[in-house]
Design a binder for this molecule. Sequence first.
Ligand SMILES: [Zn+2]
Length: 254
Amino acid sequence: MTKEHNKEGIGMTLEDAKLFVYKKRYRVKDKRFISRCIDGRYKNEEGLPALAIPGADLGQMAVIFSAANRYGFEVDGKKALDTLIEVVGGKANFRTHTDSHHEGEGFAKGCGHWGQVLKDKESYNISDDQIRFIEENLNGVGKQIVLEGDHSESAVFMIKGSWGILPQFKNSSTFMYHQSLVDERNRELAEKLLKKGAVTLTNNEGVEWLYEALSEVTTTHLLETSNRLAKGLPIYDVNFEDDGSFTIDFRENV
Ligand SMILES: [Zn+2]
């Protein structure tokens, strides 16, 4: 089953990762489009969103802007934000986060992903104006979760299927990215962004094209941030069946 061993010998072993997933998996029920960040410091709790994406909904807005810059389409920030709010099921379901070390220092300052975006706007392909838009318009929408403590992630889980994984097990945690839910949400976003006129495509390329653009940029942002915050850690692919059974494979070290 294992394609290759975790050569670097750092971070979580495949055996430990398997036990982690076995113990901490949960079925995704309703509200599947509420998000959390890839950060491993969320508490294990009932109702934790399974859709893990860099920066939660702030990261999603950054993806929309960045995709517009990269693929050359127009985006109306205000309408795009309203669309995202609608897709997550209203303002109350909108999610951003900071952490206990940065509380009171400003909006989302404790989100490692956002910190990296701010440090290297070129790599994330986002403009000063778009960053300002995010800071001015997302602050105060929904819930800014305050994550406690220090980072202790020792692996990256790339999840597919209709199950989620709680981020803490024993004394360890992992970065998580939920590929299936991110894809599903990007698809719905693409459709609604066009329908509401939040996005104007130059050559009328259509929903599928916009979905691909959002997907591509989400992946790029994930890679940029994992290369900065998770360097060397093993990436494990976790694929769930509907009944909760799963396979887990070592992919490579970040
Ligand atoms: Zn974060």
